[in-house]
Design a protein. Sequence first.
Length: 265
Amino acid sequence: MHRFRDATQGGSVRRTGRSQLSEGMRAQHDPLTAGLPWYGWLFDRILAHTPDVAAVLEVGAGAGLLWTYNYDRLPMAWWVWLTDTNPDAVTELRNAVDGAPQVTVTQGELADLPLGDSAFDTVVANHLLEVLDDPMPALDEFDRVLRPGGSIVLAADGPTHLIELDRLLAGRVVGWRPLDVPRFHLGNGALVLADRFAGVRQERFSDGFRLVDPSAVMTLLTAVCGPRLSAEHAAEIRAEVAAVIDRDGHFHLTTDTGLFVATAR
């Protein structure tokens, strides 16, 4: 069976603040958080809401990590389209799929997808709407390309997602916006979707997990912040995290994240 190339080091950060932390967490989840398999859980939910024979679209697919981790689980009668607005991401996606017969990669604007009306059984957006200044044009396009009765699966974070890491970085990284809550998030998404879709429901991932090694926290923060986190501030954070682990036996991270599932009318 064809396998995707390993694209886990790809993708780009699109904004600062909480979503930047989330991107780093998802990109690093295998080595850091063995009990937090985000991509497996998300794929489980897509499977549950998609027919065995289906056309599936992921918009804003980035480096294709969802499919990299789950390609061996892809139903034989699924046809998958992956789109992104970024030409570099599209190149990365094409390298990742490397001729997979069930997968097509296209580039297109979120508000003007180069795809036909009512063409898909399921549309997926993995933490995409929360990075948009205005998610409404994208939602209009998702509705257009979905068949009546088709499912939309939209992953999103809530305002408290990874709040502990926000607090570690606040005042230590130039430009960090720990209170930057997007227009679309887990707390308000149901209301946003209700005008366009039927049967909107929320499914939550997990309520948190525990890290027992300060190096895991530092690896995550370094992946997210890079050179913006100075050696001095990194040392301060490591000492603070180590003190919490010594006191409590672990460093807790809140995972206020999940998805919305809804049906095209």
